[in-house]
Design a protein. Sequence first.
Length: 229
Amino acid sequence: MGAPRILVAEDDGPIREIVVHHLARDGFAPIEAPDGATALRIARDGTDLIVLDVGLPGVDGFEITRTLRREGRQTPVIMLTARADEIDRVVGLELGADDYIAKPFSPREVVARVRVVLRRAGARYVPGPRVLRFGRLEIHEAAREARIDGVDIGLKPREYQLLRALAENVGIAMSREALLRQVWGYDFDGDDRTVDVHIRRLRQKLVEGHGLAECFQALHGYGYKFSPA
Ligand code: CA
């Protein structure tokens, strides 16, 4: 697991930057959002904790928290509130926020609260997206990208999903049917060769295009195994 990913949703640029700066300095991986819609999108991609300004343009902090909880997401939320009546609402409503901090605050206080809330949330904490690493190849779940030497190699969505399905089961033989089910879904009615076609494209991009060692082992009459060098 890498550093905990902390979404900092705050429209006030200087406040956002100082919080981000302090989080990064203390070993967290902050991600910034300047408005409600961006915050919601990033939150749905999965982060480990959200520092959430109540007064965001677009979708406000209350609505974001309600939406995430309604969708069953238990990502811990620390709300930043500017006014006494906002504090009353944070405390009074069953929003599912984990803590709040009243403005003005010190960035150190935010970092300290982030630590406490993350620790407290540990038991029900579901890890955010991962980065799978195989030498020069990295699979970034949050960005849905495969990168070689740090550069996105531009996989199509199915190619990415197929690579991830194989990479999650590194060294394990995967049948064509299992891969079809996982990547294309139960109601896909194409044939088994679909998998072969996409493996060929992955080979073209990874092995031929970028000089990666052969890592897709074909298992005759069965399927494939991901065996990176
Ligand atoms: Ca604000």
